[in-house]
Design a protein around this ligand. Structure first.
Ligand SMILES: Cc1cc2nc3c(=O)[nH]c(=O)nc-3n(C[C@H](O)[C@H](O)[C@H](O)COP(=O)(O)OP(=O)(O)OC[C@H]3O[C@@H](n4cnc5c(N)ncnc54)[C@H](O)[C@@H]3O)c2cc1C
Length: 431
């Protein structure tokens, strides 16, 4: 366990890195430095730098449900987080043509919500499309064949604003930040006799530390090469419809609306009048042929919406808000996260570093809801004995064989095939 005054470096100021900085300062660690390769926080490379992320408590797996119930308690009570949480409810459905796999997933989520003592009273069954139409006056779509449930325990968080809030709180608590492609981008972790001694940034400067926490999201493999394919950089699309003031106002307080086969949309953002849409699906990877590992590409290469995703988004709008179905889609991009084959996070010491490097990644596309508490898990690991994660599912995993292409498709809640970025990229973005 490091001394409270020992130098600790956190690489990455996304959701996991900022939360860790916050929790470590609250535990009394006084010498923390965060490195972020973007020159701003919220960082443009962070998967969490977005208008909003779903905060829904129910998982098929009670382990994560219990954690999210704790996270939602923190979203609602902690003054740093509470301005950013909006308990609009979560309308969780399948459309009439949804594949069986996803129907089963939705039913298991619903069962999880209905059996949890803190959640069950908030669940409203919506087994027919007519029931959905009657319940939500703001939607004028037909919801053809939709069925599912509304969970009023859930909602969303304004994720970019939450990142900015925690950035301010950690600065105020004395955390130092180095930002930008030169000062903030960590090029490598430096070792002496198998133990990390610090990091080197792109400008060649060396920063010493007794503990390095790698919270670099989808790019973690660039710094910890022995990760191999334990973490796969994967992306889903994001797009928006630009609304008028009146349209935004009329849609205030709609629930997060999700058909598992079509994707989801949120209450519009009152500041920008943007309505965010995410089509989900199997996602896209960017595999380096030499290593077999997928790494995130540049922002420029990610600035487009694949055709198949646009079709799903337009169908989602046609079912729910048909007046918007043919509107231009703006601010379109692929958002990169760190996927693992079983969808569990990795929060553990990197083997053979004598307890000097922790990996905090593998968010698997569902980590933002844990923002208020994820940093406490890194704190628990640091203060545990034996340099090993006590929770087996968050331990360092055995890397999949090179050439494996399953990319987590076996995980129940994922639907659709994962494709290579090169298969869907428009020519202009391939540069
Ligand atoms: C489209 C999409 C939708 C999602 N929706 C939800 C949702 O509804 N609910 C939910 O709970 N979760 C959701 N997620 C997942 C959520 O965004 C992630 O779980 C969360 O952002 C993970 O945080 P992180 O800190 O591990 O990674 P990130 O937030 O990506 O942060 C990593 C940071 O590390 C920095 N970095 C990388 N390499 C270096 C380096 N060498 N030097 C310095 N800095 C570096 C990056 O610039 C970045 O800022 C979604 C993800 C995507 C892609």
């Amino acid at each position: 366990m490091p001394e409270k005054s020992s130098p600790i470096i956190i690489v990455g100021a996304g959701a996991f890195g900022l939360s860790t900085a916050l929790h470590l300062t609250q535990k009394g660690y006084s010498n923390i430095t965060v490195f972020e390769k973007d020159n701003q926080i919220p960082a443009r490379y962070s998967a969490a730098n977005d208008l909003n992320k779903i905060v829904r408590a129910e998982y098929e797996d009670d382990f994560y449900t219990d954690l999210t119930v704790k996270a939602i308690e923190a979203w609602k009570s902690n003054p740093i987080f509470k301005p950013h949480f909006h308990q609009t409810g979560f309308l969780h459905c399948v459309s009439g043509t949804c594949p069986e796999k996803a129907v089963g997933t939705m039913k298991r989520f619903r069962a999880a919500a209905e059996r949890h003592p803190k959640i069950k009273s908030h669940v409203v069954p919506l087994d027919k499309d007519s029931t959905i139409r009657h319940r939500f006056w703001q939607f004028n779509g037909q919801f053809p064949g939709w069925n599912g449930y509304l969970n009023q325990f859930d909602g969303y968080a304004h994720s970019a604003n939450a990142l900015a809030g925690v950035y301010r709180a950690t600065q105020a608590a004395g955390v130092r930040f180095f930002l930008g492609e030169q000062n903030g981008a960590v090029q490598e972790i430096l070792y002496s006799n198998g133990k990390a001694t610090g990091v080197k940034t792109a400008n060649g400067r060396v920063h010493h530390a007794s503990l390095v926490i790698v919270a670099a999201g989808a790019a973690a493999g660039k710094l910890v090469s022995k990760l191999g394919t334990q973490i796969v950089a994967k992306s889903w699309s994001v797009a928006h419809v630009q609304l008028t003031d009146e349209e935004t106002s009329a849609l205030r307080s709609i629930p997060v609306t999700y058909a598992r086969d079509l994707g989801f949309l949120f209450e519009p953002d009152p500041k920008t009048n943007l309505l965010k849409l995410c089509p989900m699906g199997g996602g896209f990877v960017n595999t380096d042929p030499a290593s077999g590992v997928s790494y995130p590409p540049s922002l420029e290469q990610s600035a487009f919406l694949p055709k198949e995703d646009e079709e799903r988004i337009r169908k989602l709008l046609a079912h729910t808000l048909p007046a918007l179905a043919n509107r231009p889609l703006v601010h379109k991009f692929l958002c990169w996260f760190a996927d693992t084959s079983d969808s569990d996070f990795i929060i553990d010491y990197v083997p053979e570093t004598s307890g000097s490097v922790i990996l905090l990644s593998g968010d698997s596309g569902h980590g933002f809801k844990m923002f208020p508490i994820v940093g406490s898990w890194a704190g628990d690991l640091i203060e545990s004995s034996g340099n090993q994660q006590a929770i087996p599912r968050w331990r360092w995993k055995t890397p999949a064989a090179k050439g494996s292409t399953s990319w987590g498709g076996d995980v129940s809640w994922r639907l659709g095939d994962t494709k290579e970025l090169s298969e869907v990229q428009p020519r202009k973005a391939k540069l």
